[in-house]
Design a protein around this ligand. Structure first.
Ligand code: ADP
Ligand code: MG
Length: 699
């Protein structure tokens, strides 16, 4: 075989061959390079090497010595299972080792061999024991003191790498193959980052990092290797985003819309309040985007009640005054209705025509010749290309609910009816607080405007995690509040799944019946869920709005966008099933009026981790802060379902390391500023194109 290089197929490596290479393929390992870039996700610390006489109970430790005796026995409990008992001896003492079902070991140690054994030491009667420890044979000849045996160790006596493995590929095996291949291959690993970035970020070199991530000399080196490789992942990801963004802007000519002085004046002076500073800033950022001949791709985020609608109204107005139609797409009919009403109130006096399209009013307006300046609707919109004329602006509310495909359909359709082909500007709005680290890593090709300040005069919702035994008291307290005629309550049923399933409808219906019969028989109680017809839902909400209904039992998915000023109490059942950002969003449904609002969280029996999360709800009233806490406690997988949302899979980098994400972004944009096509940075370009890690840019 020729010299092994990074591109050598993995089967030619020592200890691999055709059979193992098939198995390694399951881990996406095909070349030598793939292998050395297959990073351990953690390390076990077996670096404490101790003379046997000094080993103590409970220690995680390594002993080096000779197996002087080994015997094979059947386990008393089961004739199929065997136990191997061995004695390890060094020149200070002996210790017992137990393995299970490894009968071959008696042959391995038929003559004494020098071994290194790592694991946790337990006490058995008066003896100390290693139970199923890692071990490595160092060799039959070497003398204990004549050299440093730990230099050859891969699975014991050091920081031991733990790899993600699959059936038929063990960690022991991977360690051996990698440690064998690494010394030669590492010479070929090239630095791809410019010296300047390495210096400024105090990174170690690529070679050293790849070497140390597998078999680190010590913890400090491991930390440095992790930082360097995390930076690489984030840097390449950011480069991808920024390149995508540039490509998008090049490809997507869009109508340039002027925000002539005076356009917004009328709207703003018609409002009974002053815009908050962040609303003003958001309007400015968005209208500046509209004024460029490339399609905007911006996310507007802000807590429930932060006032996104008025920002949308302002930019719709700018589009309309420039002769372009706007489309506002929302996930539910209730929300569509509400937006339609609100925007009509705001915009009709300014001469803007507004139309509602939902699934249920499909037939009402037939083939109208009229041109609407704003169309509000659900995804039913997607089938109504006849109504589309010169779409210049697409606004998507609660965008996380829409699939990527629906978005692109809408965007493509906007092109169809027009002779002059352009892409609309796109604004997505969300009340789901997204931590900065996530907007930077997942929505990295979007621009973001944040309404991080609430309109004045809002009282934070008082929130309590209620222990099960206080449930009755809580109900009694609510009854009392409702009797005053000044309070209304929501009772949110457990989250069954992410969408409105029959299951969740059933659980809400049952809860409603139970409460009506057993608890709130004197109160006027209603039920709403997503499987109701939209007319029914409207009727239920109308009753809640005018106070006819005092308590409304609801499934969690109905939550988005309900705007009922009189509601100031909320119970959330099985609150532990929700993410903090979700709970915060739900809670934002109450306290829209002047009265103090309350939110009671029921969680049943939960673990400490869940309690800690829910306590954060009591203390924090800021959605973004809560989302960050949740991200730290639960991680992105559990919160966002990372795969379906196109989260990049990091091998090393973390979604919580804002500082590193920021500096990766900074350096990526600097590099592109200097050399938009990366022509000046051929090594970065090469790395980007054949990066062995999977970097998936969303959308
Ligand atoms: P969301 O961001 O949840 O969509 P909305 O746009 O529905 O919030 O606004 C919530 C409420 O706050 C509405 O009744 C709206 O009229 C009001 N509002 C919006 N901006 C302000 C402001 N600057 N001052 C006072 N009230 C405001
Ligand atoms: Mg809204």
């Amino acid at each position: 075989m020729d010299k092994i290089t990074l591109t050598t197929p993995i089967r030619y490596l020592k200890r691999v061959g055709p059979v193992m290479s098939e198995k390694l393929k399951r881990l996406n390992l095909e070349t030598a390079e793939d292998l050395i870039y297959y990073f351990p996700f953690r390390h076990e610390d077996y670096s404490l090497i101790s003379p046997i006489a000094q080993i103590r109970e409970g220690e995680t430790v390594t002993a080096i010595g000779r197996i002087i005796k080994i015997e094979n026995n059947y386990l008393r409990s089961s004739k199929q299972k065997t136990i191997q008992k061995a004695i390890l001896k060094d020149n200070t003492g002996i210790i017992e080792i137990i393995w299970f079902n490894q009968t071959y070991l008696s042959r391995t140690f038929s003559e004494p061999k020098l071994v290194s054994v790592s694991g946790k030491v337990k006490r058995q009667g008066r003896k100390l024991q290693f139970i199923s420890p890692n071990f490595e044979i160092i060799g039959p000849e070497e003398e204990i003191d004549s050299q440093k045996p730990e230099e050859k160790l891969t699975g014991t006596g050091r920081l031991v790498p733990i790899y993600p493995v699959t059936f038929g590929v063990s960690n022991n095996y991977l360690r051996r193959v990698i440690s064998q291949a690494l010394p030669n291959l590492i010479e070929e690993v090239e630095e791809f980052l410019p010296e300047k970035i390495i210096k400024e970020e105090r990174l170690i070199g690529q070679k050293e990092a790849v070497n140390q991530i597998h078999f680190p000399e010590n913890k400090a080196y491991l930390a440095k290797a992790r930082k360097r490789l995390a930076f690489d992942e984030l840097f390449l990801l950011q480069l991808n985003f920024l390149l995508n963004k540039r490509r998008w802007e090049k490809r997507q000519p869009a109508p340039k819309m002027k925000n002539k002085p005076g356009i917004l004046k009328k709207l703003i002076s018609s409002l009974p309040f002053e815009l908050t500073n962040c609303q003003k800033r958001a309007i400015k950022e968005i209208t500046e985007d509209l004024n460029r001949p490339v399609a905007m791709n911006r996310l507007l985020q802000g807590d429930v009640g932060s006032g996104k609608t008025i920002v949308a109204a302002a930019v719709i107005l700018v589009a309309a005054k420039n002769g372009y139609q706007s489309v506002l797409m929302v996930p539910t009919e209730i929300l569509a209705q509400q937006h339609y009403q609100n925007l009509k109130t705001l915009l009709t006096p300014l001469g803007i025509s507004v139309k509602l399209i939902t699934g249920s009013n499909k037939k009402e307006v037939k083939d109208s010749k009229e041109i609407w300046q704003l169309i509000v609707g659900t995804h039913a919109l997607l089938h109504r290309r006849r109504d589309f004329r010169r779409i210049g602006l697409v606004i998507i509310d609660e965008q996380h609910r829409f699939g990527v495909s629906q978005r692109s359909i809408l965007i493509e359709k906007s092109n169809l009816p027009d002779k002059d082909r352009f892409s609309p500007h796109i604004l997505t709005m969300t009340a789901t607080p997204i931590p900065r680290t996530i907007t930077l890593t997942v929505y990295g090709d979007l621009d973001v405007s944040s309404l991080d300040q609430m309109p004045p005069g809002r009282k934070p919702v008082k929130t309590y995690l209620v222990p099960g035994k206080k449930r009755k008291d809580c109900y009694q307290w609510i009854k009392k509040q409702i009797k005053t005629g000044q309070s209304q309550a929501f009772i949110i049923c457990p989250l069954v799944e992410d969408s409105e399933t029959l299951e969740s409808v059933k659980s809400a219906t049952e809860e409603y019946r139970k409460l009506k019969k057993e608890v709130f028989s004197a109160e006027k109680i209603g039920l709403i869920h997503g499987r109701m017809k939209s007319k029914e839902k409207e009727a239920v909400l109308a009753k809640m709005k005018n106070g006819e209904t005092e308590i409304l039992v609801a499934t969690p998915v109905v939550e988005v966008g309900i705007d009922i000023a009189g509601a100031n109490i909320m119970i959330i059942e099985a609150a532990n099933r929700f993410g903090l950002a979700q709970l915060h969003q739900l809670r934002g449904r109450v306290g829209r009026g002047k009265k103090q609002a309350y939110c009671f969280l029921f969680a049943g029996k939960t673990g400490l981790k869940a309690k800690k999360r829910l306590r954060a709800m009591e203390e924090n009233k800021n959605g973004l802060k809560l989302a960050e806490i949740d991200l730290k406690i639960r991680g992105p997988g559990e919160i966002y379902g990372t795969q379906q949302h196109g989260f990049p899979e990091f091998k090393i980098a973390s979604y919580t390391d804002l500082a590193l994400i920021r500096s990766a972004r900074f350096h990526a944009s600097q590099v592109l500023e200097k050399s938009p096509t990366l022509a000046l940075y051929p090594k970065i370009k090469q790395k980007l194109n054949r990066s062995p890690g999977k970097i998936v840019a969303p959308n």
